[in-house]
Every structure is written in C-alpha cells, then in structure tokens.
Design a protein. Structure first.
Length: 72
C-alpha cells in the first residue's frame, strides 16, 4: 500500500534526507520518499503492517525533526 502525507514544519532538506533514510530501515517499509520542497512524504509499506509501520515512522521523524508534524 502506498500513501502520501503532508508534512508541516520540516525545516531543512538535510533533515528530510535523514528522515527518509531512517524510514527506509523500518521493517515492513518497501520504499519511502520525503520531499522537502513540497513538504510531502510517500510511504510504501506492507498492507497488513501499515498501521504499525506508521507509528514507527512518526517516532523516527520526531527523532530527526521534533517540530515536524505528519498530517494524517
């Protein structure tokens, strides 16, 4: 399943790259992209694990960029 999310308060392209790298390491994630300019994130993960994966994605994003909010 692939879903797109709007991001709020993502401050720099370097943080976006770090978030993308961290998300791709989460088990169940097939692919991920974080676009700083568009303030968007795309997650492709296994359907049956998607909700659990998104909890881990939120935690990974908060660790890199504490002010960033993923608009669900």
């Amino acid at each position: 399943m692939k879903k797109k999310y709007k991001l709020q308060d993502l401050d720099c392209a370097n943080c976006a790259a770090k978030m993308e790298e961290a998300i791709k390491k989460i088990p169940g994630v097939n692919d991920a992209s974080v676009n700083f300019m568009m303030q968007k994130m795309t997650i492709d993960a296994d359907d049956d694990k998607f909700d659990g994966v998104m909890e881990q994605v939120k935690a990974a994003c908060k660790k890199v960029e504490p002010d960033c909010v993923i608009l669900m």
